[in-house]
Design a binder for this molecule. Sequence first.
Ligand SMILES: Cc1cc2nc3c(=O)[nH]c(=O)nc-3n(C[C@H](O)[C@H](O)[C@H](O)COP(=O)(O)OP(=O)(O)OC[C@H]3O[C@@H](n4cnc5c(N)ncnc54)[C@H](O)[C@@H]3O)c2cc1C
Length: 262
Amino acid sequence: MTREIIRAESLDHALELYRADPAHTRFLAGGTQLHRLGGDRKCSREIVLQGVTDGEIRRKDKKTLTIGAAAVFQDLADHPEIPPVLKDACLSAQSRTLRQMATIGGNIAAGLDESYLLPALAVLNARVRVYQEGSTAEEIPVEAFREGLITHVIIPDITVPAVQRRISRSSQTKAAVTAACSWGTEIRAAVSAVRCGLVVLQNTGALLDQGAVRDDQELADLAAGEFDPGDDFTGSREYKQYTAGVLLGQFLRTLIDQKRGG
Ligand SMILES: Cc1cc2nc3c(=O)[nH]c(=O)nc-3n(C[C@H](O)[C@H](O)[C@H](O)COP(=O)(O)OP(=O)(O)OC[C@H]3O[C@@H](n4cnc5c(N)ncnc54)[C@H](O)[C@@H]3O)c2cc1C
């Protein structure tokens, strides 16, 4: 239970407060996960990031986009330069209220199994900038993030064709499967579901590149080699693996059509 809420004065201040007790300290961005019913029971101290991280979205060069960690889903959905796959992922949170509050940094850091954004970000090869002290930062792939203070998300190539889909009973319930696929210089596929969280399918991507896989069942079998979700109320492990295969098949057909200019 939160006992203390402190407004950070700078990135260094936020980091110092966090490092004093990382097990019980959380950063407060939009608060939609941290203050959600059930909340985060380990959290006794919240560090307010407002005014310390920004939500600016800017082009670094022709292809690279830098997004401030405080950008909310609705900002991303409305911005002309955000890749369509990331806009779709943001809009899969159907509540506009939620989209006005939930930040990209908070979504990555929360690292939920049913994350709205992680599969799309992973197939875009997104990287996160994690603040160190004294204005230094380390940049790591989004799927490698475990802890720290995220200041920016970098999309290295916004022109890469990519698609994503979230399968759930309603937008507010847990997703059974969220999957995404991109086709730039190589095919990159990512799936997430309960228990296994985000999985970037290394072998599937390589095999698809070689054109060795054709139908949904083959794709499902292939995905199952790397994607091992749990059973829950959204479906069984086998249902999720098969669904992942079906989605990958659909994605590939869409991406092939896009490549042909269809
Ligand atoms: C009804 C409902 C349904 C939801 N369903 C889903 C869902 O299906 N999928 C999903 O992904 N989310 C879901 N959420 C959770 C939430 O809306 C999103 O994950 C959101 O993106 C979290 O962002 P936030 O800014 O609100 O984070 P916060 O709640 O402020 O923080 C969440 C976590 O991220 C950390 N954090 C925040 N900012 C940073 C930062 N800059 N650097 C490092 N750590 C940081 C915090 O310490 C905390 O641990 C749901 C929420 C509600 C209320």
